[in-house]
Design a protein around this ligand. Sequence first.
Ligand SMILES: Cc1cc2nc3c(=O)[nH]c(=O)nc-3n(C[C@H](O)[C@H](O)[C@H](O)COP(=O)(O)OP(=O)(O)OC[C@H]3O[C@@H](n4cnc5c(N)ncnc54)[C@H](O)[C@@H]3O)c2cc1C
Length: 328
Amino acid sequence: MANVLVIAEARAGDLRKVALEAVTAARTLAAQSGGGDVHVLLAGGAGIGAKADALAQHGADKVLVLEHDGFALNNPEALTATIAQQLQGGAYAYGVFSATSHGRDLSARVAARLGVGLAPDLTGFAVEGSAVVGQHPINNGKVVATLALSGAPALLSVRPAAFQPVPDARPLAIQAISSAVDPSASRVKVVELKQGNTDKIDLGDAPVVVAGGRGLKAAEHFKLCDDLAEAFGNAAVGATRAVTDDGWRPHSDQIGQTGRNVSPDLYIAVGISGAIQHLAGMRTSRTIVAINKDKDAPIFKIADYGIVGDVFDVMPALTAAVKAAKAS
Ligand SMILES: Cc1cc2nc3c(=O)[nH]c(=O)nc-3n(C[C@H](O)[C@H](O)[C@H](O)COP(=O)(O)OP(=O)(O)OC[C@H]3O[C@@H](n4cnc5c(N)ncnc54)[C@H](O)[C@@H]3O)c2cc1C
């Protein structure tokens, strides 16, 4: 029997999908520990409490809502203190974070504050006796390390998209909590949050990712990726570092070791060679389709489906086929 505290990630007043994934992971953790409650800490500015219902719909027994203007933008110091305070009382056996850049920062701070163990960026886990045994990809995803985490509270973070949110409706129970410290006294002040294109689905949340590489030859040819993404309707466009370094796409679109980690249902690699640093950010995708005119390109080694061809021929045909399939 073990209670779990999930740290829900919200941005600009909205819950991120990773928050629901973390709740699902926490429900599994509680079930494998012989039962227990899942509580979720949700911090944000005015109105954030309205997002608690989505958490209850996915298995949160209680949502601890910290609604304060000081948390409208990220406030890592005050949030660390508040999470640590909640975890310190002995009520929770586990703390679950999302392994996003925000969650990685917070989880490491909380682990250091409490002097407890953290198993980061897990793609799976099982409770074995008094330990959680988790899988953590290392060496650009070529090796999967098995980590045994013990102690209490034990902290872990789950890789985005490694756990799909599972609806598991519970009655909505909200408890208002306060910050452990004065949020305005933080030494780190986040003064502005610059949103990317809010009309577009976030790379980390998209079920389909169409990623382009240098094989597209020029920035304007990314229209081929944009068109295919639009035809799917639920896709985001990503890029390799070669592309972002050349300024064809913003750095925020970069996937890989020094970019974003994505794990969509479908990943379409367009004119991408498959360098190990790129694979590090996408190899856990469920289905990988690669389009490359070089039949020996390394990307084909991890692709489920390979199309040997010129992107300028294949992409318009693929987009037309997706549109036709959607229309039928
Ligand atoms: C420390 C470090 C960190 C890095 N981090 C990252 C990272 O986070 N993400 C990342 O992506 N890279 C990263 N890189 C760079 C990485 O090593 C590769 O250089 C990069 O991924 C290559 O990008 P690419 O596949 O677009 O280009 P290329 O390797 O040049 O491949 C282009 C591909 O397009 C194909 N092609 C060409 N024309 C066509 C056509 N008309 N039709 C079909 N196919 C065509 C070619 O056959 C080729 O396979 C990093 C490198 C280092 C050293």
